[in-house]
Design a protein around this ligand. Structure first.
Ligand code: SF4
Length: 197
């Protein structure tokens, strides 16, 4: 099957998924994939606002993520440039400490197939510890700050960022190298990748 056919198949199958029947707002998978995507954003799971908006990163985290990457909204939302594949496709609900973890059912069901359909990806942006476990398994158990600070170890194929939630603004302030070293390199790499086929 061609990449385009795989993508079409997944775009038909995933929205019909009913594997998690106890989701607070019901199954409503949100993801963005295209056969030509060269940047992959491996996120956590949609938040409530994103669920209600019906598209990925349609919230304050998305505004911040686009600024981090130096991408305008149109480029970010073009599936032939940027793929967005969270660890759980549906809003998992909210607990005392914020949003619940991505549903554990989701990645084993879908992730390998989705990622194998994205054959043009050159840079994976890994957000948060659930995506870290899948995309940077050699770093499991290490604190996010340690892995992110050592970003050159996986550069330029993979980079771990804190989740762009405003809740992490304090972390960004405490780690000035993130804005002075990592983000400029990241923006330059994203621009360079998207400027070429
Ligand atoms: S979270 Fe994933 S596995 Fe669960 S219903 Fe949504 S798409 Fe299906």
């Amino acid at each position: 099957m061609t990449s385009d056919a795989n993508i079409t198949q997944l775009q038909a199958e995933i929205p019909a998924c009913q594997a998690c029947r106890d989701l607070p707002l019901g199954p409503f998978p949100l993801f963005q994939i295209g056969a030509e995507a060269r940047i992959l954003i491996a996120g956590q799971a949609p938040g409530r606002r994103t669920h209600l908006a019906g598209r990925v990163f349609d919230d304050a985290s998305g505004v911040r993520l686009r600024a981090w990457l130096g991408l305008d909204e149109a480029t970010f939302r073009d599936p032939e440039q940027v793929a967005v594949v969270p660890m759980g496709f549906c809003y998992p609900g909210t607990g005392r400490g914020g949003d619940l973890p991505p549903r554990a059912e989701c990645a084993p069901l879908w992730r390998a197939r989705v990622l194998s359909s994205l054959g043009k990806v050159r840079l994976t942006i890994v957000l948060g510890r659930y995506a870290q476990a899948w995309h940077l398994p050699e770093t499991v158990g290490l604190p996010l700050s340690t892995v992110a600070r050592d970003w050159r170890a996986h550069w330029p194929e993979r980079v771990l960022l804190p989740h762009p939630s405003p809740r992490n603004a304090g972390w960004v302030r405490k780690n000035p190298w993130f804005e002075t070293e990592l983000l400029p390199a990241l923006r330059a790499q994203v621009a360079s990748i998207l400027a070429t086929d």
